[in-house]
Design a protein around this ligand. Structure first.
Ligand SMILES: [Zn+2]
Length: 61
């Protein structure tokens, strides 16, 4: 009944389940936090310059 680490597929350690080590738990937490912040952050950053560039070009010519 052994399960494998969600991150590196090694055997899970009970203390760190569902991971094999604190390091893998940190990796998963980091991914989760990044994903949480990246989705709204990227959308906001991408749309502002994208809207600025088409506006700036007609003004220059
Ligand atoms: Zn692992």
């Amino acid at each position: 009944m052994s399960k494998t680490c969600k991150i590196c597929k090694k055997l899970q350690i009970d203390d760190f389940a569902p991971f094999c080590s604190k390091r893998c738990a940190d990796v998963d937490l980091g991914r989760w936090l990044k994903g949480n912040y990246a989705i709204p952050g990227r959308d906001g950053e991408a749309s502002i310059p994208a809207n600025d560039n088409p506006d700036a070009d007609p003004n220059l010519y």
